[in-house]
Design a protein around this ligand. Structure first.
Ligand SMILES: [Zn+2]
Length: 76
C-alpha cells in the first residue's frame, strides 16, 4: 500500500448487476484497525454497486451502507 493509505476498494469486474470489487488493507495496521478499514471499504463496495462512477466517496450512500453493515453486525 502507498504511504498514508490504509486500504482501498476497486471495481474489478462489472457483469450486469453483479459487480466484483477488490479490497486491499494495509497489513501493518493492528488487527482492530484492519477490521475497521475492512468495514469502511466494504461500505464503498455496497454503496457503489454497479454505479461506482456516480456515487461520491463518503456521501450519504456510503453512510447508509456503513450503518447497514454495523446494524447487521450488532443484530447477532
Ligand atoms: Zn473511503
Amino acid at each position: 500500500m502507498p504511504d498514508g493509505v490504509e486500504g482501498d476498494c476497486t471495481l474489478i469486474a462489472k457483469e450486469g448487476k453483479s459487480p466484483r470489487f477488490a479490497i486491499r488493507i494495509d497489513n501493518k495496521l493492528s488487527v482492530d484497525a484492519q477490521f475497521y478499514v475492512l468495514l469502511h471499504e466494504w461500505a464503498h463496495a455496497l454503496s457503489w454497486g454497479s454505479e461506482s462512477h456516480r456515487i461520491r466517496f463518503h456521501g450519504p450512500e456510503w453512510g447508509l451502507a456503513m450503518s447497514r453493515i454495523w446494524q447487521s453486525l450488532l443484530e447477532d
